[in-house]
Design a binder for this molecule. Sequence first.
Ligand code: SAM
Length: 286
Amino acid sequence: MKLCAQKAVEEARERNLQLPEEKNGRIVTLTNTDGKQYGGMTNKPVQEFKEFVEIASRSDANVLEIGAAYGTPYLMETFKKESMGHYTACELVGDQLRILATRIEELDPSKLSNLTLIEGPFPHKEVIDHLQEGGYDAVLASSVFHFLTEEEVVEAFKQVHRLLKPGGKLFAKMMTPYNGVTKPEAVQKAVEEMQNYLVHKTRPLPGFIENVRDRSRVRESITDEQLEGFGLTTDMHGFQFDKDVMNIFLESENFLIETCDYSPMNLPPFKLDGRELLVVVAQKPK
Ligand SMILES: C[S@@+](CC[C@H](N)C(=O)[O-])C[C@H]1O[C@@H](n2cnc3c(N)ncnc32)[C@H](O)[C@@H]1O
């Protein structure tokens, strides 16, 4: 569903929607209508996504952000620039978009015309139908794709490729299996599945987890309260991304890979050995 940016501001004011308080550099996201929460918005921009802001700041640019939350640091930085193009923010939880719109209005009301708000789940039809095929210079998806199913992950990358202009770039960051929350046995099982994929290269893409809070997968030392505090509700599925698997998958989807590498998440209890996140920068060929 497309939201009118001005109306979103008015609704946020009427309902007194406020940006929640930041704790340890994160703002936990709001609960969706399905009763689930999808982690937190970070205030720490990733170095590799600097180029996304540079592209978004060109006056003729057209960019898309998936999972824009309340206005990520990338979005806010772009709107603070003197010059910018058009920015489409897609987000599952509509009230987060309403708060995002108030932040832009407070910054510069004239910039609301540079903003399109799409509420709903990417890559589902209700969202895709509002987006322009071959229309975007850059697409950003920071900490979103690890909330999708295997079918949705595959469809998400296909759709991003379809939506990008030739030469346009995808900037993405996802969780890996290599984190301090997952039991070593579960990590080992994931490694075996990833290695099997590297040999056979057939779907399903390895990485799907039925329940991220399943106690048989989560280290005993990690409490349910800790996971709850990170905005991870019970019965949530997840997807974990491995670098070698993604290299093969992205090439098979006709992306030119610029970066596909691990990046540290220095956030206990997720912190492990510097491979907690996978950062991807990939181009649609010209
Ligand atoms: C962990 S937060 C990350 C927020 C922000 N992108 C960042 O990097 O800080 C994930 C966000 O993605 C949204 N989200 C989850 N699944 C989504 C989907 N299928 N389509 C669009 N947004 C989604 C959640 O509501 C939440 O705001």
